[in-house]
Design a protein around this ligand. Structure first.
Ligand code: GDP
Ligand code: MG
Length: 341
């Protein structure tokens, strides 16, 4: 044993290393403290005085897996996902009630760093507006990674709200030991309430998230029915499903500034008649969507229709048009008319 005196810096470093060790141990212990406190199927709704309910913002730069996580948490597709960044434009809420607790999730557009146009300015306002009124922030990053774009999102978060560091895509990390120095670095970025290494693709991992988040939500009556999953309208969900197919089938060719408008949404008995327009910026983009002999647009329509039929439980008649409206992403007034706050 050496009796050499440690400098204050060394003492601090040791304390931090110990804190990181403790976080790692807790995160990887087979769910010691993370089982939902109320993982019971209740036959009757619990009394108002025992109910818990709160808002949870899922934030992070584009492509870290926020929509995948939200959909898995809610148990239904309420947010579109894509390999292409920047596909989420709206503040989408999904909710899930487990035992006595109702978790109300808010998905945010990734903080936009690449373009400075009117559309992106509007998106950034949505991010800031979303995180200021929540009970808990789930800050999503890719495990082992942290760059300027992550930092920008982190800097937008209010300091007083508890934040969980969710290290997603943990399936891509091959050695757990590699993550300790990264976690140590992350600890200097913010005083995170918890560290959650996981994969949004894993059902088991996703279920653990409820137990972890529950204690940060206040005791108060639920805001929604016990079986509610989203408060978005059918009309909005229709536009989202079409937008997802649009991004999936056009790959990286199509600029993310294209959008979908629902012109008509009518219900006649068990049939829903929907007419939508895909608005693109340039004539050249039209061809990318329509494809050879209309093949691509047809496939988009078929896939969107199947998803909408699954979502609504009704037969769907879907018509999709493609229109060119050049320059709309740069025009503040027009952005508003398309519904972005
Ligand atoms: P968002 O932009 O943050 O909403 O990200 P998305 O949810 O759209 O996901 C971006 C991409 O990451 C998609 O291709 C997902 O399938 C993928 N992804 C999400 N979670 C995981 C994960 O845990 N592991 C792996 N390997 N891929 C994931
Ligand atoms: Mg998303």
């Amino acid at each position: 044993m050496s009796d050499k005196k440690l400098t204050p810096d060394e003492v601090a470093a040791q304390a931090q290393a110990a804190a990181v060790e403790a976080m790692m141990a807790k995160a990887f212990s087979k769910r010691a403290s993370t089982a939902p406190a109320s993982d019971v199927a209740l036959t009757d709704a619990p009394g108002l005085d025992t109910q818990r309910c709160g808002l949870i913002a899922i934030v992070g730069k584009p492509n870290v897996g926020k929509s995948t996580l939200l959909n898995a948490l809610v148990g239904q597709k309420v947010s579109i996902t894509s390999r292409k960044a920047q596909t989420t434009r709206h503040r989408i809420t999904g909710m899930r009630t487990v035992g006595v607790t109702q978790f109300v999730f808010v998905d945010t557009p990734g903080f936009q760093t690449r373009h400075g146009n009117a559309l992106n300015r509007s998106l950034n306002r949505t991010v800031v507006g979303t995180v200021n009124d929540v009970d808990l922030i789930v800050f999503v990053v890719e495990a082992g990674q942290f760059n300027q774009a992550d930092e920008k999102v982190l800097n937008l978060l209010p300091p007083g709200t508890p934040a969980i560091l969710l290290a997603n895509k943990f399936d891509l990390i091959h050695r757990r030991g590699d993550i300790a120095p990264w976690l140590q670095m992350m600890q200097t970025k913010r005083d995170f309430a918890e560290f959650v290494p996981m994969s949004a693709n894993s059902v088991k991992d996703v279920e653990r998230v409820f137990g972890i988040c529950e204690k940060y939500l206040p005791q108060q009556p639920w805001m929604y029915e016990a079986d509610a999953l989203t408060d978005r309208s059918d009309r909005f969900m229709a536009a989202e499903m079409i937008r997802e197919k649009l991004f999936r089938l056009t790959g990286d060719e199509l600029p993310y500034t294209s959008t979908v408008i629902i012109d008509k949404y009518e219900q006649e008995g068990n049939l829903r008649k929907i007419a939508a327009t895909i608005v693109v910026e340039r004539d050249g983009h039209k061809g990318m969507i329509i494809g050879d002999k209309g093949e691509k647009l047809k496939r988009m329509g078929t896939e969107a229709r199947h998803e909408l039929e699954a979502l609504t439980g009704n037969k769907v008649f879907l018509e999709i048009w493609v229109k060119v409206r050049s320059g709309w992403a740069d025009d503040e007034a027009r952005v508003k008319t398309f519904g972005y706050e």
